[in-house]
Design a protein around this ligand. Structure first.
Ligand code: ADP
Ligand code: ZN
Ligand code: ZN
Length: 751
């Protein structure tokens, strides 16, 4: 691509990315210059030559032409990692629809001055024998937090202070107490490095079994032959996928390259982090999404300086500035948290593949329930399919029972718990074992309506009904889950004045309330977006449950992932088909995934577990295949549905969301855009515009248009045309107000 002008940023790591300067490209360079390249430009009043990066290209001057200076030359050396990331940002801009600035902000954390924090490590100060005695003492005295920390120290020797705080929920006071008692030492980073880890305490790593070895060998020979492939590792939970990742990373590091490991934050548990540290020592850095820009920048600086070989983290770890990236691992590749909700709405899997392609790296995607998208691509030969079909450690798979809720109604059971589930809960209470009850959709919390006139109480700012909260308090309220609007619950209809106002549906709070009626002596914990609001709410509830402080845990999907509770022998899924009937094409896939994962929570320990799936639709294929843990069966069924209706992955699709404060404007813009797109392109099907399921959020009106095409190139072409049309409409409709347009490629949610 040639261009007359380029936007240049001088010294990317120290400037704000939005301060780019435009330069003219001399004819001699116009064929050579490209995004991400380093060039020399005259800078400032003295026109001193400086090096900068090309972050934008175009044919229009943004400035008075005779004031624009000329690029002097191209720096002829290897493209540094910053250049690669700029290229990646350019690709994201084109693929997902955003400005270059938005794309750059996504791939590069901006430097902010922060006080560097000294990283601290907690190290066991006792010999194992003495430590075990003290652990018994803590347990006897019910010092649960102390016991939890000491137990981890006995297992691992030393653990990072941050990790203890965040994942084990240990307070500074607890640490201080243990230090005073002489149980542990608190070491600074430098002290810790000098001391080294006390490896002798650690349990030895397992030897790979035959199936794992085969995969690692296959990877090794591909990698050493510089054949950088994408692998899809389909392996049931506990089949030893993580071990395979770690051995593949060994191969990459031995060649002097680095690796990125993506793990959804919720699955990045203490145990997982410690397993990686045990294997790789401290040439590893962990990112999390709560880090601010400055903290993330500091970690990226360590990476740039070559102090680490491996970064582990959620989505954004993908942009770690490794200059010799050799492998990207993406665990739980089906997870929806890999898709960004902000513009550019990228999917980490697609960006990982692109980054790997740009720098010659391999990719391993892993999951117990692969996305239909990836499984399809594996079927097409784009990815190499790997399987691990057995659990690495002997463990019993749970028994699954499906209960027909219609039958329960016929028998006169009006509660949310089938007779069978009630019986099993009672049994677990008597045995001193734990149960998890799972409600698979928070959005289906209870709404309030008038039995006399039918009026539903809606949010005044959003097109959604308000949700009933705090049933067991003196001041129940109605809350909007989209904007946070809250009003007190009043037992009188605003529309007709009748007092016949009632609640419907079944949120987690109501499940909890009903559970208390049936099992008054059970200790119940609830985990949903309301009870986990505080910074550590999440971990606090899970560790309380893990310590046996409750018999039953009730919650939304957030209880499904990542955590092992050996004493849980019963999992109840209260209404499996709830999430099946949402509006988008991914509903079946998401439900299968949720049901499979929820079922996997039962029987993690010595005792076998039971799973009860309650449903109004027991014949449903998704429910059936999930109950049988039959991924292939699910996939066959799902792909024929996608094929029939032309949904991804069989087709490519973009959801285009148009928003404005004025309903008339959004209506007219959406209508006009769809009309023009229909005349402009033949290869692309235009569907809509329609009001989305929620047509107004926070006083902003919304319309959606879908574009579908056989191949992605046609679709991306259509997207660019649409961006141009939107720009011209913006000036035509200027007098009516401003509108915004968002693109979502292969959307993973409904609009
Ligand atoms: P996954 O990532 O597929 O869920 P993991 O790698 O976490 O599986 O392995 C599950 C458990 O089995 C872990 O405790 C791990 O240490 C153990 N494990 C893995 N591979 C082996 C093996 N070859 N022999 C014995 N235990 C193993
Ligand atoms: Zn009414
Ligand atoms: Zn609202």
């Amino acid at each position: 691509m040639s261009a007359k002008y380029v936007d240049i940023i001088i010294d990317i790591s120290h400037e704000a990315i939005d301060r780019a300067f435009q330069y003219e490209v001399p004819l001699s360079l116009s064929e050579k210059i490209s995004l991400g390249m380093q060039v020399q430009v005259p800078f400032g009043n003295g026109n001193r030559l400086r090096t900068g990066y090309v972050i934008g290209m175009g044919d229009e001057p943004k400035w008075q032409v005779d004031k624009i200076k000329q690029v002097q030359g191209i720096v002829e050396k290897q493209v540094p990692v910053e250049g690669q990331l700029i290229q990646l940002a350019g690709w994201m801009k084109e693929t997902y629809g955003s400005t270059m600035y938005q794309a750059l902000m996504t791939v590069m954390p901006v430097k902010k001055k922060i006080r560097p924090v000294e990283k601290k490590t907690l190290q066991l100060a006792l010999e194992a024998e003495e430590g075990n005695l003290r652990l018994l003492e803590y347990r006897r005295k019910h010092y649960v937090a102390k016991a939890r920390l000491l137990e981890a120290l006995l297992e691992h020797g030393a653990i990072p202070y941050d990790l203890a705080k965040e994942k084990l929920n240990i307070s500074p006071t607890t640490c201080e107490r243990l230090r005073e008692e002489g149980t542990l030492e608190i070491l600074t980073e430098t002290q810790y490095r000098q001391a080294g880890t006390r490896k002798q305490l650690l349990e030895p790593e397992p030897d790979l079994n035959e199936s794992q070895k085969q995969l690692v060998n296959a990877f090794t020979s591909d990698y050493l032959a510089e054949d950088y492939k994408t692998y899809l590792l389909h392996g049931i939970t506990g089949s030893g996928k993580t071990e395979v990742y770690m051995h593949a990373i060994d191969v990459v590091i031995q060649k002097g390259c680095q690796a990125i490991v993506l793990i959804p934050e919720i699955s990045l548990t203490f145990q997982t982090v410690m397993r990686f540290r045990r294997h790789f020592g401290d040439r590893i850095t962990i990112l999390n999404s709560r880090m601010n820009d400055g903290e993330r920048y500091d970690q990226f600086e360590r990476i740039r300086k070559g102090e680490v070989d491996i970064v582990i983290g959620p989505r954004s770890a993908l942009f770690a500035p490794f200059s010799n990236l050799g492998l990207i691992v993406m665990d739980e590749e089906h997870e929806s948290s890999y898709k960004s909700d902000n513009v550019p709405k990228y999917h980490a899997r697609e960006v990982a593949l692109q980054r790997a392609k740009m720098c010659g790296a391999s990719v391993i995607l892993g999951s117990a329930t692969p996305s239909v998208m990836s499984y399809y691509k594996a079927g097409q030969g784009e990815y190499q399919l790997w399987k691990l079909e057995q659990r690495a450690k002997a463990a019993q798979l749970p028994t699954v029972e499906v209960v027909d809720l219609r039958e329960e109604l016929r028998m006169g059971n009006r509660s949310r718990f089938s007779y069978r589930l009630q019986e099993l809960i009672q049994n677990r209470l008597e045995q001193g074992q734990q149960s998890i009850l799972f409600m698979n959709r928070r959005g289906y919390a209870s709404f309030v309506s008038c039995r006399s006139c039918g009026e539903v109480v809606n949010c005044p700012h959003c097109q959604v009904s308000l949700t009933y909260h705090d049933h067991n308090t003196k001041t129940p309220k109605l809350v909007c889950h989209y904007c946070g609007y809250t009003e007190p619950f009043i037992k009188k209809c605003k529309s007709c004045g009748s007092g016949m106002i009632g609640r419907f549906g079944s949120g987690t709070q109501m499940v909890e309330a009903e559970l208390k009626e049936y099992f008054p002596n059970a200790r119940i914990l609830r985990m949903d977006a309301d009870t986990t609001k505080g910074k550590d709410g999440h971990e606090a509830i899970l560790s309380a449950f893990g310590e046996g402080k409750a018999d039953i845990l009730v919650g939304t999907q957030m209880i499904v992932k990542g955590h092992d509770f050996p004493n849980v022998t019963l999992v109840g899924i209260l209404a499996a088909d709830l999430s099946l009937h949402s509006q988008d094409y991914m509903a079946g896939e998401r439900t299968f995934d949720l049901l499979t994962q929820a079922a996997g929570r039962a029987g993690r320990g010595e005792q076998a577990g039971t799973v009860v799936i309650q449903t109004y639709d027991p014949e449903n294929a998704v429910v059936q295949t999930a109950a049988n843990q039959d991924y292939e069966g699910f996939y066959e069924n799902e792909i024929s549905y996608r094929n029939a209706l032309k949904y991804p992955p069989v087709c490519s699709m973009i959801a285009v969301l148009i928003t404005a404060e004025q309903e008339e404007l959004v209506e007219r813009v959406a209508g006009e855009l769809a009309k023009r797109m229909r005349t402009l392109t033949q290869a692309v099907r235009v569907i809509g515009p329609t009001p989305p399921v929620i047509s107004k959020i926070k006083d902003i009106y919304r319309r959606v248009i879908y574009l579908k095409a056989q191949g992605e190139p046609d679709l991306l072409e259509a997207k660019s045309r649409m961006e141009q049309e939107a720009e011209s409409l913006a000036s035509e409709f200027d007098s009516l107000g401003e509108f915004k347009i968002y693109f979502d490629l292969n959307p993973m949610k409904g609009y």
